[in-house]
Design a protein around this ligand. Structure first.
Ligand SMILES: *Cc1c(COP(=O)(O)O)cnc(C)c1O
Length: 416
């Protein structure tokens, strides 16, 4: 049992029934029943989400926060109701601490370009880790370049765990922001974010947690973590693309300048002076992704109905099963074996390029990811150009893993 597992044993759920609620999983690919193991890139959508999108457009579509007519009131109620659902899901203190964005990437950019510009000056430092997704590197790099600040990187060890000794050494009085993922998409490593946040706060630094992976694999409580910011993305939370979430502490959001100007984010406009709206509207310029927010809320409700602790336990059990099964494949090496990890099986096979692995298993109907997973520094750390990656979600089964392993044996036959 790895330490990432939920504490007490929880009752399993009916995975076969759950699978029946995802229409896309019923199809065949190259004549084989689809095995979808590319969940870290995006998850599939349950009927509840598809229905919520359709119902919104069929019964409530209108612009929000403007009209007094019935449809506009319905759309506004749906959109603001979605904000409440997100706030509950992340355990935020108040719905106004939830900003709807396009995705996790936009959330990081928003914080870097507003809070970051206010806080980070010449000679200051922003700290990231060596396992970050490009989304949680490049916006900070851009900020540091324009502010004359320095980007510093906490290294990882050979298993893919964060070097906490190095983190303690690197955090200092110049550190203004620490940006860290809760769960690495390339390695599956779970970082001790609560501990990192406590260390950072002691040094006077604010912390942004990249929860794009973590939020659909484990319960998240932003108040218990005490993070300053938390980002996640709708399309991995069983919701649609084009919608994301930025959580920020109200005091921060209120003190931050707007990110973009336009409709809805203003209190009043004249050519001489514009005053800005209160949060969250201040950060939501223009017509938002109303349907997306409603679809995202349906995805969160779907997970909540199953139970995040049960989802976590199911995926953890599968991870252990998959880790053992892959170990039996000749020449296979797992990349990312940290003691605390979740949901990700990244690997290479001696003498076979990861892209060839991906192509060959696809012919068997098995969808995995191959490439650098938007984490090129991780690939460099492990001295590989790319990995193959199988990533789990709440609807995956032992049969899915068995099919993956069987298809990996055909890789050996092709290249053997
Ligand atoms: C997917 C992912 C992102 C980026 O999500 P977008 O939806 O592309 O903005 C950032 N960080 C991690 C860890 C991810 O897995």
């Amino acid at each position: 049992m790895t330490a990432g597992a939920a504490g007490p044993r929880v009752a399993p759920y009916d995975v076969a029934r759950v699978r029946g609620e995802f229409p896309i999983l019923a199809q065949r690919v190259h004549g084989q029943p689809l095995v979808y193991l590319d969940n870290a890139a995006t998850t599939q959508k349950p009927r509840a989400v598809l229905d919520a999108l359709r119902t919104y457009y069929e019964t409530a579509n209108a612009n929000v926060h403007r009209g007094v007519h019935t449809l506009s009131e319905r759309a506004t109620a749906g959109f603001e109701g979605a904000r409440q659902t997100v706030a509950r899901f992340l355990h935020a203190a108040e719905p106004r601490e939830i900003i709807f964005t396009r995705n996790a990437t936009e959330g990081v950019n928003l914080v870097a370009q507003t809070f970051g510009r206010q806080r980070v000056g010449a000679g200051d430092e922003v700290l990231v880790t060596a396992m970050e997704h490009h989304s949680n590197i490049v916006p900070w790099q851009m900020l540091c370049e324009s502010a004359g600040a320095r980007l510093r990187v906490v290294p990882i060890d050979d298993e893919g765990a964060l070097r906490m000794d190095e983190l303690r050494r690197l955090i200092g009085p110049r550190t203004k922001i620490v940006a860290v993922s809760q769960l690495s998409n390339a390695l599956g490593t779970i970082n001790p974010v609560a501990e990192i946040i406590a260390i950072a706060h002691e040094a006077g630094a604010a912390v942004l947690v990249d929860g794009a992976q973590a939020a659909y694999h484990m319960p998240v409580d932003v108040q218990a973590l005490d993070c300053d910011f938390y980002v996640c993305t709708g399309h991995k939370l069983y919701g649609p693309t084009g919608i994301g979430v930025l959580y920020g502490k109200a005091a921060h959001l209120e003190a931050m300048p707007p990110y973009q100007g336009g409709g809805d984010m203003i209190a009043s406009v004249t050519f001489e002076k514009t005053t800005y709206n209160v949060i969250p509207a201040k950060f939501e310029a223009g017509t938002p992704n109303i349907a997306g927010a409603i679809g995202l809320a349906a995805g969160l409700d779907y997970m909540t109905a199953i139970g995040m602790d049960r989802i976590q336990a199911h995926e953890q059990e599968l991870l252990e099963y998959g880790t053992a099964a892959l170990a039996a494949v000749p020449g296979l090496r797992l990349i990312g074996t940290a003691p605390r990890k979740a949901s990700i099986l990244s690997f290479v096979i001696d003498g076979i390029h990861p892209h060839d692995i991906g192509t060959i298993v696809d012919r068997e109907g098995v969808a995995i990811r191959t490439g650098h997973h938007c984490a090129q520094p991780v690939m460099e750390r492990f001295g590989v150009p790319a990995t193959a990656r199988a990533s789990l979600a709440l609807y995956n089964t032992r049969e899915d893993i068995d099919r993956l392993v069987a298809s990996l044996h055909t890789v050996h036959e092709v290249f053997g």
